[in-house]
Design a binder for this molecule. Sequence first.
Ligand SMILES: Cc1ncc(COP(=O)(O)O)c(C=O)c1O
Length: 385
Amino acid sequence: MLFKSKLPEVGTTIFTIMSRRAVEENALNIGQGFPDYPIDPRLSNCLIEVIGQGHNQYAPMEGVIDLREQIAHKLFTCYGQKFDPQDEITVTCGATEALYDAIQAVVGVGDEAIIFDPAYDAYEPAIRLSGARCIRIALQPPAFRFDWDQVRRALTDRTRLIIINSPQNPSCTAASNDDLQALADCIRDRPITVLSDEVYEHVLFDGRRHASVLAHPELRARSYAVFSFGKTLHATGWRVGYCVAPATLMRELRKVHQFNTFSIAAPLQHAIARYLASFPDAWQGLSAFFEAKRDLLANLLRGSGLEPVPAAGSYFQLVDYSALSALNDMAFSDRLIREAKVAVIPLSPFYAQPPAMSLVRLCLAKRDATLTNAAERLRAFAEAI
Ligand SMILES: Cc1ncc(COP(=O)(O)O)c(C=O)c1O
């Protein structure tokens, strides 16, 4: 049978490849972005309670109303803005589903969507499945700053969507309010929607504050903002996220969501709603929590030849290995797995056309003992070469 792939060049993600290699080589995996520590036991208790109380049937398509109200409350606390839980908030299967739904809702054949490299890997396949073209603008290391003139030059009559991600995975940089203003200036008077991936909204370092499109009136009016309880509650396996957008945009997203996942696991939604109602500031300490881990790892690595690059946010840390090796990042990462017995994530797979760089990504969402163990292995490796 003749079968034509719709995504011929999409293979296994770099996360799967490195995690598989980590198992093969019996290496410590501090590459992939998931915690190796337990969730808050009070959250586990909420889940047990709600299952016992019978919250086990289909949830409403838009999400359990108690949860949407808690989300609206949380958004007000964070961004000082009111959102209507009925029309402006939808609970999704992780941020991943929200991203997919928003992309399908906005772009189709003949349209163009702009993303910024190094880009999280879910954006381009979803754009291509919609039939649209993905235009990739490369942010240059080591600063990974937006060049808004370059963005302006990339805009065409077919541009319908710009996806931003702040704090950004994997560059660990964060957009400023000036960046948001520049974005608004670029797209004013054009039929362009913004998709803002803000899953690391609570992980900013050194006193920085998250610049959300939701707090920027002009952008808020034309944006889908996407969030993840997986990140915020250290529960990536629960696959609960949400999207916030003006009612007109949300109506279109729900048309996709309705026939994609329809609704999200009811007990998980009830459990999160109950948890947020009982412990409304449970997520408030996240920046400090990850900043301590960043400092622990950075202090252990500094001076080893694997130099931590100052990170503004996200739960990752980039390390520059140029003092140790001239290998490309794929080859160097493989060497780390084989010789240091530590799995990390190279940066080049996040680019369409990778610039010259010697950077790998480590995940901070690990127990202190795991980070210390990884840093000791990395130091020993660096000393040996
Ligand atoms: C930038 C970014 N967006 C979205 C996601 C997906 O989030 P979720 O696990 O809630 O689907 C991730 C997960 O690593 C991410 O790093």
